[in-house]
Design a protein around this ligand. Structure first.
Ligand SMILES: [Zn+2]
Length: 225
């Protein structure tokens, strides 16, 4: 295959993957109506694949996905891209390790975001997945770089793959789009459990040495090699 057809084939694969991953957002009840989205970087290219704006989850097909450059400009696709495209493009531009970004307004995590309160690391699964507290990013509105900048600045100072943007919702990152979706699912699960725990008393923080040990093991040893 020539380089051009190879990139085209990669984009076709990513269209299918990104489309299919949106079913996980509804499966885990992280989104309502058309809110939320998944995107993936096209490896080695200054391109991303993202959900179109305003298309119902049940109607999404691979062909609906929109290919944009890392300034959020449409390169290929019939539809307008998600209104979060600029923010996600900013993340890909500034964090080369990121291969996937997810955005949701999942209920429990967004309730923490509404208070501007980080989710404390009081569960081993939070230490595993996020390596500490899930941090809060600044209040920012759509229309300029401020959401993207807030995500990058907050996650740049944290091991967490999730950030709660104040008064808004969750952005997660990962080496792949699938990993970012997993982080979004885990973020909501942690937010829900810690919220419930706080109704009954004061959750016990996991000691820093144990957080470090759990994170190290989960990130590097756990699972199938
Ligand atoms: Zn949003």
């Amino acid at each position: 295959m020539t380089a051009v057809t190879e990139v085209a084939a990669t984009i076709q694969t990513l269209r299918r993957e990104v489309c299919a991953l949106h079913a996980q957002l509804t499966r885990y009840q992280l989104v309502v109506w058309t809110a939320g989205n998944v995107s993936a970087r096209v490896p080695g290219q200054d391109l991303l694949v993202i959900k179109p704006s305003g298309v119902a989850y049940a109607d999404l097909t691979p062909d609906h996905m929109v290919v944009c450059d890392l300034r959020g400009r449409v390169v290929e696709g019939e539809h307008a891209p998600s209104s979060d495209t600029e923010a996600q493009a900013y993340v890909y531009r500034h964090l080369p390790r990121v291969g996937g970004v997810v955005h949701t307004h999942s209920t429990y995590a967004t309730a923490w975001a509404a208070r501007g309160e980080p989710i404390p690391c009081v569960l081993t699964m939070a230490a595993d997945e996020f390596g500490g507290d899930i941090p809060v990013g600044p209040f920012a509105v759509i229309g300029d770089d401020s959401i993207g900048r807030g995500i990058v600045e907050t996650l740049g100072q944290s091991r967490s793959a999730a950030v709660l943007m104040q008064n808004h919702g969750v952005f997660t990152i990962g080496p792949t789009a699938r990993a970012a979706v997993k982080a979004a699912v885990m973020c909501e699960d942690v937010a829900r459990t810690v919220h419930i725990s706080r109704q009954l008393g004061q959750p016990i923080p996991v000691e820093q040495a144990s957080v470090d040990q759990l994170y190290e093991r989960y990130q590097n040893v756990y699972g199938q090699r």
